[in-house]
Design a protein around this ligand. Sequence first.
Ligand SMILES: *[C@@H]1O[C@H](CO)[C@@H](O)[C@H](O)[C@H]1NC(C)=O
Ligand SMILES: *[C@@H]1O[C@H](CO)[C@@H](O)[C@H](O)[C@H]1NC(C)=O
Ligand SMILES: *[C@@H]1O[C@H](CO)[C@@H](O)[C@H](O)[C@H]1NC(C)=O
Ligand SMILES: *[C@@H]1O[C@H](CO)[C@@H](O)[C@H](O)[C@H]1NC(C)=O
Length: 418
Amino acid sequence: MINTIFKFLIVCALTHSFSCLTLDEIDQSDIQQIVEARGFICEPHNIVTSDGYILGNYRIVNPFAPKYFDKPLKPVLIQSGFLGSAVDFIINSPYGQLDENILANFTDLDSIDFDLVGRDLGFILANLGYDVWLTNPRGNYYSSNHTTLDPEADKKKFWSFSLDEMALIDLPAMIDYVLNNTGQSSLGYIGFSRASLVMFALLSEKPEYSDKISPYISLAPPVYLTNVNSPIKALASTKFVANFIRDHPGSCFNRAVTQVAGVCNNILIKPICDIIKLNLVSIDRETANATRVDIYLSHLPAGASCWDFIHFAQRMINPEFTRIDLGPDANMKRYGSKTPPKYNLKNIVNQNIAIFHSTGDTTANPADVKRLIDELEVPLIERVTIEDEKFSHLDFLFDNNIGHLVNKPIAKILAKYR
Ligand SMILES: *[C@@H]1O[C@H](CO)[C@@H](O)[C@H](O)[C@H]1NC(C)=O
Ligand SMILES: *[C@@H]1O[C@H](CO)[C@@H](O)[C@H](O)[C@H]1NC(C)=O
Ligand SMILES: *[C@@H]1O[C@H](CO)[C@@H](O)[C@H](O)[C@H]1NC(C)=O
Ligand SMILES: *[C@@H]1O[C@H](CO)[C@@H](O)[C@H](O)[C@H]1NC(C)=O
């Protein structure tokens, strides 16, 4: 028996092919394998930022597209949130295979069964003929390398960043790279959770990026967090702990936590993993596919900077959306003021913003989302409120119903911007 398993592993390793794996097993591997297993072409693109971070991004190429379009496809960047990675948009269902019929019917979205083939945002948009770029900001599993710094040996230097750098350095680098690469003047952007914070921050600080983004679709934006009830809030209030984390930059919640060589199969560790699973993937919701939890857990958490974690915690107490607070002295050095500067949402001039949120989301909760919308001086092109107390934050990625609740409305908005 053991011998058979051993042989099986050896064969897989030698052939270096994934043909010996089931789709569920492939869905626990990396972005490139998952994309290719659905029949698409996957193009990895390393984007190097001005401060040397190497960001691993992946383009999903639909080989049928040239048959249907004689102009370049509309580029759409997709990005996930804190502790996530771009894989979050392609692992929700075992479906989403390359399908020319979807492309043939791209103008008639109602003819497409989003509940079956539309549950993975990356795949349905690629099938509909968009030029999909799965993006990873610094610090997650796909973007933890640097041209000169070593994430371990130069830990303090490497990990001294929070979402501020993702907003003001990574995002512009990705946008300029994709526009340059595709020869387009604008692109669509879809950001879940932190990925929408970074876009709001960028548009506040650099309004010149406004013309390059149309539309900007924000999923569950936790710009404000003062109405959140989370144990993290207590941690942020405990100055000693918060300051300790702040003063020791490093990597928090590395993917290895739950992934190390089937550590969750260990009979002693399994109960702990089960608790993490329950919390991580909100499977209190009947419709989430419990059989896919192992797949989600093989990717989450995808790693983050401890500074980013502390920045989140600070915003649960600080009523303003500011840059990270490093304490009076370090703030003075970094910002020239004792307190961190605020992102001024009133600077946003982009008139192509849509916001999706849920009444059941306790992170991007209705009160805090309302405050965000009230503060924006630009009108929204659309506000989609999912009225369902059981539709939680992570359900925007992992619920069985996102085909019609989230991804189809996204496709309808994008269709106006081709
Ligand atoms: C889509 O297009 C194909 C080919 O033109 C057609 O056969 C099919 O019925 C259409 N509808 C769907 C839902 O695929
Ligand atoms: C990280 O980047 C450096 C510099 O480009 C490269 O030499 C090295 O192979 C990369 N490491 C990994 C693990 O990709
Ligand atoms: C744009 O692309 C060209 C050629 O592909 C390259 O030489 C140039 O460095 C790029 N510029 C930026 C800003 O990426
Ligand atoms: C749930 O996931 C499993 C494994 O990927 C899959 O076989 C099954 O079809 C999914 N169920 C639904 C309702 O999508």
